[in-house]
Ligand binder design. Structure first.
Ligand SMILES: Cc1ncc(COP(=O)(O)O)c(C=O)c1O
Length: 388
């Protein structure tokens, strides 16, 4: 009997970076030290106060199902966070705790998209978003973006690319892979354009907190009550493996998201939720802010070093922990470049083709979620690759 999985899986590409990571680990197991500049998670451990709170949750038996929307204490803590961080009044009824930003993105797309409809998003962009849509019978409507618009969508791009099937727009600010940020004024324009088309606006803010410019980063909740915001404890809060995130939804969506949360997940991890209560403590925030300073220092170093090696980085990335760089003149296409760099020079980076199609062959993504001394070593080996 020849069993075959559903056709929709043919539309879902595997993460190329995972194959690269597997090969990097294989080489490492054979005794070859590899400089990892491909990974998308902080190298810092989860802050100590969160670890302690997680242990306490286990020993107190807080290991049962929780409400589908998440525990009220954590939703209230996030509501207070919006007040202190963004001066925004978000009632905890509009906040859902989710299994990472991933579950929030899945529910945001399930909430808004009918079969055959599309969501405008930037190319390059975070690849899983396209695949959430495919899984639901909807599709991504990719809009090429370049340095000209700061690697982000703007009002004009949305207006010019809106189709009959378009149902909304999905943005990430700061973005993966480019680290670019949408200004408050830019976001006001976008929210206005999308609303004039009766579209949904979904904004992924999971790299908030990891922003390095002197200008304050604004959340779209300050601008509109009608958009859907996705956030996560993975990146700034350093909790990737705990699988915890949240979403802020408009009033009209509360019942719908509750149904999705109940049916798709029952609830987020209880232990992770109780641990995350400590994430907003002064001690927790102090540790996260120290980590953020280290990221900034690494970004500044790597930016200079890559430019000196001939990589094209026309816009300084102001958030996340990535640099999306154009390959120096004369370098082969990005997948061949990454393959060669790993096999011959022991440095792992991600090919641009993981993030879309537009000009992707000429780009690679460097992650600086790695100790600065290792980054220096990586740059040394990169230099050899480019000069030999
Ligand atoms: C832009 C973006 N959104 C969402 C996610 C999902 O992260 P998580 O599910 O760990 O919150 C990632 C992970 O790298 C990401 O880069």
């Amino acid at each position: 009997m020849a069993l075959k999985y559903a056709d929709r899986l043919d539309q879902i590409q595997p993460f190329r970076v995972m194959k690269l990571l597997a090969r990097a680990n294989e080489l490492q197991a054979l005794g070859r030290p590899i400089v990892h500049m491909e990974v998308g998670e902080p190298d810092f451990p989860t802050p100590q106060v969160i670890l302690d709170a997680g242990r306490r949750a286990i020993s107190s038996g807080l290991t049962k199902y929780t409400p589908a929307q998440g525990i009220p204490e954590l939703r209230r803590a996030i509501s207070t966070f919006y007040q202190t961080q963004y001066n925004a009044d978000i009632p905890s009824e509009r906040i859902f705790i989710t299994a990472g930003g991933s579950a929030a993105l899945l529910m945001a797309t399930a909430l808004t998209m009918n079969v055959g409809e599309g969501l405008l998003m930037s190319d390059p962009g975070y690849p899983c978003n396209r695949h959430f849509l495919t899984t639901l019978g909807a599709h991504a409507e990719l809009v090429p973006v370049s340095a000209d618009t700061g690697y982000q969508l703007n009002r004009a791009l949305i207006a010019n690319n809106w189709r009959k099937t378009s149902r909304g727009v999905l943005l990430a600010s700061p973005s993966n892979p480019t680290g670019s940020v949408i200004s408050r004024a830019g976001m006001v324009d976008i929210a206005d354009e999308v609303s004039s088309r009766q579209g949904h606006l979904i904004v992924d803010e999971i790299y908030h907190g990891l922003d390095y410019s002197d200008e304050k980063l604004h959340s779209v909740v300050e601008i509109s009550d009608h958009c859907i915001v996705v956030n996560s404890f993975s990146k700034y809060f350093g909790m990737t493996g705990w699988r915890l995130g949240w979403m802020v939804v408009p009033e009209f969506a509360i019942n719908g998201v509750e149904k999705l949360a109940q049916n798709l997940f029952i609830c987020p991890s209880s232990i992770a939720q109780y641990a995350a209560l400590a994430a907003f403590s002064d001690e927790g925030r102090a540790e996260m802010d120290r980590n953020r300073s280290a990221f900034k220092q690494r970004r500044d170093y790597l930016l200079g070093a890559l430019k000196a090696l001939g990589f094209g980085i026309p816009i300084e990335p102001s958030g996340a922990f990535y640099i999306y760089a154009r390959l120096p003149e004369g370098s082969a296409n990005s997948e061949a470049f990454c393959h060669d760099l790993l096999e011959r020079y022991s440095v792992a980076v991600t090919p641009g083709t993981d993030f879309g199609h537009f000009d992707a062959d000429h780009y690679v993504r460097f992650s600086y979620a790695q100790d600065i001394e290792l980054l220096r070593q990586g740059v040394k080996q990169l230099k050899q690759a480019l000069t030999t």
